[in-house]
Design a binder for this molecule. Structure first.
Ligand SMILES: [Zn+2]
Length: 122
């Protein structure tokens, strides 16, 4: 279980990241709109499409991260933040600082990753 200070620290950290991401996501949307308005020329269409799918891929990753951050903030409220979802043990603080949205301790994460590697190897 995290101390109150640690919880406050991670809450501020996560909220900061969330705000940053949302600002970036807003920027992407207005950029996309600007881009569509500029490129009415059919020759530029394919470049535009490639660019747009790239942008959408980034947006997709952004929105997934936003969901993870929101879930982490919810876990702070519920007092579950910093606990491993698999084994229930405390996640190492250094690991949490490096990656506050993580829900697995390093041991379980390593286990999961090696299983993923085996599965994707087939
Ligand atoms: Zn674990």
């Amino acid at each position: 279980m995290l101390s109150t200070e640690d919880q406050a620290y991670f809450k501020a950290l996560l909220i900061g990241q969330l705000e940053e991401l949302q600002r970036m996501a807003d920027g992407t949307v207005s950029e996309l709109r600007q881009f569509s308005a500029q490129c009415a020329d059919p020759i530029d269409r394919s470049a535009l499409d490639a660019d747009r799918s790239f942008t959408l891929r980034i947006r997709d990753r952004e929105s997934r991260l936003i969901r993870k951050i929101k879930a982490a903030l919810r876990r702070i409220e519920d007092g579950e933040f910093g606990e491993c979802e698999m084994c229930g043990e405390d996640i190492n603080l250094a690991r949490l600082r490096a990656r506050p949205v993580t829900t697995f301790c390093i041991r379980c994460k390593t286990k999961l990753e090696s299983r993923e590697k085996i599965v994707s190897g087939f």
